[in-house]
Design a binder for this molecule. Structure first.
Ligand code: TRP
Length: 482
């Protein structure tokens, strides 16, 4: 019996020392500004500069923007606050967070799904992010000058189908992310967010100024400011909601992981509002860079022209033509624009990488560097297939989609809504309401009269809305189109 008790004691001691070790080595963001900028960095990304203008173009401009803002306030903000409170109350990676809050229940799969989704998103997000490096290099080399409108399409398909260039750029992007991640939370993520986010802001402001002062920019500005409500139908609302989720990095524990580095004084409500405002402002300003420039060269703002290749085909041409009298301005504008997208994408890939790195480091008890290395290796491995699926591997189909589209579809159309649905159900129904209130009010040090409304949204409004997006994306609601 004594031997047994001894063994038990040793095990208990080991568990305790492991606990203190992991607790002590866990870093926090050093400042509130750092926390906000890191979370905003995660949110602001290709979703704002690439996806938002496309969605706005397709769905009728100003009216879409208003619906989008409504979605952010009604659903985005509450779900973001849920992720924050799950993360900070547990101070753990997203998988462990659910285990702590709901031990022994299947809820732990929600956290695991998040880790899986982050990895999946990284694999294809890195490819597009890589393209932006490739295009920045082209811009720096002044390769867009002297071309006619018809040249940019073939130029892009040459680039994307070429096997080694995009591959190299993808690897470069993932390695860049890796370098920041291995530095850790304060010295890596926070420090870089504090440099990159202000830089992004300045780039955006300069570009907006250049764009709205172009001759004939008016039509583009009108498109963004004058709502045409006749265009709004069910599918527009669903697109707006989907865009809000993607743009705010919701649905897979990215912000939950970041919130695990928040200190006890950080207010979830304020931080969430600041992140939503920054994210929306940057998306709007991206619109004010792109649409006035497009209209100034006489392109119609027809959804057909504002297609998926906006950034790589339409815009290089637009920049050249818009500043055709002043070639050096066209040059600078192009270089700054691609630099802007790289910066935006980088702060997002950092957050995606961190979800998996912190999970592996903490769950498999390995040093952060090693965890990051495994993660980077895995992303590059699958990223190669995603990248090549635009060229040599185009014939490979999974459920009728090429590899890139399969990754995109699985992650953003299935995993994100499913994750978001369960996150809102978890905080709305399962989570102890005292903990919920304590977290939102920072353990009574501030007031939060909106707690009841928040819980109501998380219980009913968000799950129903997200479930509808999911059905629509699975094609079940064919009435609404997609
Ligand atoms: N929000 C980022 C963007 O707008 C992308 C992103 C980062 C993301 N982390 C995420 C999207 C988590 C969904 C979930 O580009």
């Amino acid at each position: 019996m004594e031997v047994l008790a001894d063994v038990q004691n040793t095990i208990l001691l080991k568990v305790e020392s492991y606990k203190t070790e992991t607790l002590n080595t866990r870093e926090n963001f050093g400042s509130k500004v750092g926390a906000v900028l890191a979370a905003a960095g995660s949110a602001v990304g290709l979703g704002n500069v690439w996806r938002f203008p496309i969605e706005t173009g397709r769905n009728g401009g100003a009216a879409f923007i208003l619906v989008y803002i409504a979605c952010i306030i009604v659903i985005g903000l509450p779900v973001m606050m849920s992720e924050f409170l799950i993360g900070r109350s547990t101070q753990s990676n997203t998988a462990r967070a659910y285990q702590k809050l709901a031990p022994g229940t299947p809820w732990r799969w929600v956290g695991r799904l998040g880790v899986f989704t982050a990895f999946f998103i990284m694999c294809y997000y890195g490819v597009i992010a890589g393209w932006t490096i490739g295009y920045a290099v082209l811009a720096v080399g002044n390769q867009f000058a002297g071309k006619t409108a018809a040249d940019y399409g073939p130029m892009f398909s040459d680039y994307a189908t070429n096997w080694w260039q995009p591959l190299l750029c993808m690897v470069a992007f993932v390695v860049l992310t890796h370098v920041v991640i291995v530095k850790g939370v304060t010295k890596g993520i926070e420090r870089w967010s504090k440099v990159l986010m202000p830089m992004l802001f300045i780039l955006v402001l300069v570009l907006v100024f250049c764009s709205v002062t172009l001759p004939n920019a008016g039509a583009g500005i009108d498109f963004l400011l004058k709502p045409d409500w006749s265009k709004v139908d069910g599918s527009v609302v669903l697109s707006a909601m989907g865009q809000a989720f993607f743009s705010l990095s919701l649905g897979m524990g990215c912000l939950c992981t970041y919130a695990s580095y928040f200190d006890k004084k950080t207010s979830h409500g304020k931080t969430a509002i600041q992140v939503c405002v920054i994210d929306t402002l940057i998306a709007l300003m991206a619109g004010f860079i792109i649409f006035p420039a497009v209209s100034s060269v006489g392109y119609s703002l027809d959804p057909k022209d504002v297609g998926a290749n906006l950034i790589f085909i339409t815009l290089p041409n637009v920049f050249q033509q818009a500043f055709s009298g002043v070639p050096w301005l066209a040059y600078i504008f192009s270089v700054m624009f691609y630099l802007l997208i790289i910066v935006a994408a980088l702060t997002s890939t950092i957050s995606l990488h961190e979800v998996v790195t912190s999970y592996m480091a903490e769950e498999f008890n390995m040093p952060r560097k090693k965890a990051a290395l495994w993660e980077t290796g895995g992303i590059i491995f699958f990223g190669i297939f995603c990248s090549l699926s635009f060229g040599v591997l185009d014939g490979v189909r999974i459920f009728g989609l090429n590899i890139f589209d399969f990754f995109d579809w699985t992650a953003s159309k299935i995993c994100l809504p499913v994750g978001g649905l369960f996150i809102s159900l978890f905080t709305g129904w399962y989570l102890d309401k005292k903990l919920f209130k304590d977290e939102i009010t920072n353990y009574g040090s501030s007031r939060a009269p909106y707690v009841k409304a928040l819980i109501f949204v998380l219980r009913y409004v968000a799950p129903i809305a997200i479930f509808t997006i999911l059905l629509n994306e699975l094609g079940v609601l064919s009435l609404l189109g997609s």
